[in-house]
Design a protein around this ligand. Structure first.
Ligand code: GLY
Length: 291
């Protein structure tokens, strides 16, 4: 069996926490699928991280509605949930959808009843901090705040790959709004013959261009993960020439273990962990040239 160097790549500085949880699995010979799920669970369960999972930003009604998705490169299976209420770890519900392998995407009340049937525990996802934030922010009706999705790509020692992402979505979003994160092809995509990509930022702009799918296709036709992320963001920037006041960022990982990261605005960092590195770094920025 060919040996590959395990590697895990995540969005934002909280990606360090995701990478730690995933790396613990990868170094013991575990699968990329288990690693990305564990990484997302670590971030979802941390109430200090207010854009994912427990303690995530509430919607306009003050309710935390969570989106998550996961893809297993080895089998090509996928699972996703959206607008899921009352379950702390939506990524594990998405994983359960993947394992059942009957459907791919469950939403709202259906996703919740599936989760309860599978033994997940219902709980209040609002923390004192998120309740206070909601009371303070609502009068200002803040737009496009709080979209920091955790996205995680991993390759294990067998060369198998997986991708996961999880978010509470835009803060104060309309009830029932679903962003890019649980949409296969928009927020995340993986074809193990090529590689994978996952995004963070304003989901509507990623949905419009099938962002993650486009990046993987660019890689399929010869672009490096870095150039593929840049090419996709150039397309987004051109579409939004006169209203480029939002953040969108993607990370990508090729089958060979080459990484890429790019964002439209300053401020995005990615986190990388392998046998020699455990750090965050700022991505290349591509919005500047499109005022
Ligand atoms: N990227 C997260 C969202 O827009 O919901």
């Amino acid at each position: 069996m060919a040996q590959f160097q395990p590697l895990i790549l995540s969005t934002w500085d909280f990606g360090l926490e995701a990478n730690q949880a995933g790396w613990d699995i990868l170094v013991r010979g575990g699968t990329a699928l288990d690693a990305v799920e564990a990484g997302a669970r670590a971030v979802e369960s941390n109430p200090e991280i207010t854009s994912v999972g427990y303690g995530g930003y509430p919607n306009e009604m003050g309710v935390v509605q969570l989106d998550a998705a996961i893809i297993d490169g080895k089998t090509g299976r996928m699972g996703a949930v959206a607008a899921l209420e009352g379950i702390r770890n939506p990524i594990s519900v998405a994983r359960k959808v993947l394992e059942k392998n009957r459907h791919i995407f469950l939403v709202g009340a259906g996703a919740k009843s599936f989760a309860l049937r599978e033994g997940f525990r219902e709980e209040n996802l609002n923390t004192p901090q998120s309740v206070r934030w909601y009371a303070e922010q609502l009068p200002q009706s803040q737009q496009n705040a709080g979209h920091d999705t955790v996205g995680i790509l991993a390759r294990d020692a067998r060369g198998d790959m997986a991708v996961a992402c999880s978010t509470s979505g835009l803060a104060l979003k309309w009830c029932g709004r679903v962003g890019d994160s649980p949409l296969i092809g928009a927020g995340l995509y993986l074809d193990q013959a090529v590689g994978g990509a996952v995004g963070t930022g304003v989901g509507e702009r990623a949905i419009e261009v099938c962002g993650a799918f486009a990046i993987v296709e660019f890689m399929r036709y010869g672009l490096s993960p870095q150039k593929a992320c840049e090419q996709l963001l150039r397309r987004v920037a051109e579409r939004n020439r006169n209203r480029l006041n939002f953040q969108l960022a993607f990370i990508a990982l090729s089958r060979e273990g080459e990484t890429g990261a790019a964002s439209l605005q300053e401020g995005f960092v990615f986190a990388l962990r392998d046998s020699t590195r455990d750090h965050t770094a700022p991505s290349a920025v591509f919005g500047r040239d499109y005022p």
